[in-house]
Design a protein around this ligand. Structure first.
Ligand SMILES: *Cc1c(COP(=O)(O)O)cnc(C)c1O
Length: 410
């Protein structure tokens, strides 16, 4: 008899986006004529940069040619891409990395989820709340979360609330933890940590031997100087942090699939009997066994975003989204709604007025403005009373949604 991993049975269904879809469908039946505007999705909408599609075409031709055909590549990624990453993403920050510290992957979702493979089940996990659900759910699957309580929290996970009261700056946990997920710029709140604030976390992690799992998927959206693009800009971070990056939001690769993870060779963990072990070779072993590399043509496409043309084109798209974010922020500022994020990230996080619930706000926005967003409570208990709007829409819809909300009697 095959016994299943019962941790999977503990997981409640992920109903957030299906609940949203049901509510939107019900609305459409009642109001078939209404022009709905969707500012809820966390997916990009602009097409790939021409430099990327050219690289894709060229790589496809190579694969169809006997002389240039390639089969299995290195599980860690091709050197042409790893070298481009180090040269363009890290050297300008003053961060030196060896090629074998960078692992190309099929995206940050897989890696932030898979990292649990190499970490013992009895580590205590901390997350900021609200949170990207992958961190929590994969720890439930791995048996680290305990049981789900009435309050929506898993009893073995330490939740660090991020809300308007603390200005979305997570406090260091009072309880001892072994690993913590930090996502900055943050999804869903769109907020960031300054260098000084992130240093506080690195210092704490070094002092207490905590592993920081740093998700920098939105790094390319940072506009302000004092916001770190990589955790390795902070001294000592190579000894306590793994960094996850993705080309998904940076360059519209949500459908192509490519990202990378940095596991510094200085990063040390411990065995249960207290011996120090390097984490890099363990992750390498995991990847070479369970992962067979990102497709060659996709890695060639990713390399193209670092070409002179690619850089300009990718920047134009990011600027386009950030202009949307500005339109939302500045437009809604007049409404008196309390707004957060949207400056260094493509998400605007708002406090619902008069303490109405996230879902009540969702329903009213849908029925009274015909605008779809995402209820904050869907990202964790501390998201209750908040709401997320994304900057990934087209310009006209974004402007119109803002106009409708401005004219709305909330
Ligand atoms: C979109 C997103 C990612 C990227 O996931 P991919 O698998 O690379 O597409 C990672 N982390 C967060 C927080 C995200 O929102």
């Amino acid at each position: 008899m095959a016994l299943v991993n019962e941790n999977f049975l503990k997981l409640p269904g992920n109903y957030l986006f299906s609940d949203i879809a049901k509510k939107v469908n019900a609305f459409k039946v009642i109001h078939p004529e209404a022009k709905l505007i969707r500012l809820g999705i966390g997916d990009v909408t602009r097409p790939l940069a021409p430099a990327v599609t050219q690289a894709l075409h060229a790589a496809v031709e190579e694969m169809g040619n006997e002389e240039t055909f390639r089969g299995y590549g290195p599980e860690q990624g091709y050197r042409f891409l790893i070298d481009a990453i180090i040269k363009n993403d890290y050297e300008p920050l003053g961060v030196k990395l060896d090629p074998d510290e960078v692992f190309v992957s099929d995206g940050a979702k897989s890696d932030t989820g898979n990292i649990g493979d190499i970490l013992r089940r009895d580590n205590r996990v901390a997350v900021t709340d609200p949170v990207y659900p992958v961190y929590v759910d994969t720890n439930v699957m791995g048996g680290r979360a305990g049981e789900l309580g009435e309050d929506g929290c898993w009893n073995n996970i330490v939740y660090i609330p991020c809300n308007a009261e603390n200005n979305f700056i997570p406090q260091l946990p009072e309880k001892r933890v072994d690993m913590i997920y930090l996502c900055y710029p943050n999804n869903p709140t769109g907020t960031v940590l300054t260098k000084k604030e992130l240093k506080k976390w690195v210092d704490y992690a070094l002092e207490n031997e905590v592993l920081i799992l740093f998700d920098a998927a939105y790094e390319a959206f940072i506009q302000e100087d004092d916001v770190p693009h990589s955790i390795y800009e902070i001294k000592g971070a190579k000894q306590c942090a793994i960094e996850f990056r993705s080309f998904s939001k940076t360059a519209g690769f949500t459908g192509l699939r490519c990202g990378f993870t940095v596991v510094p060779k200085e990063l040390i963990g411990r065995t249960a009997d207290g011996q120090k072990v390097a984490i890099n070779p363990i992750w390498n072993r995991r990847q070479t066994t369970k992962f067979n590399g990102t497709a060659y043509i996709i890695q060639k496409a990713a390399e193209a975003i670092y070409s002179p043309q690619g850089k300009i084109q990718v920047r134009e798209t990011i600027n386009f989204y950030m202009e949307n974010a500005k339109i939302i922020r500045e437009g809604l500022a007049e409404t008196g709604l309390q707004l957060f994020g949207g400056v260094n990230a493509p998400y605007v996080w708002l406090k619902t007025p008069n303490d109405i619930s996230s879902w009540k706000f969702f329903d009213r926005l849908l029925y009274e403005c015909h605008v779809v967003g995402t209820p904050g409570v869907g990202f964790g208990p501390s998201g209750e009373g908040y709401f997320r709007l994304t900057a990934f829409g087209n310009r006209m819809n974004t402007q119109e949604a803002v106009e409708r909300i401005k004219n709305w009697k909330i």
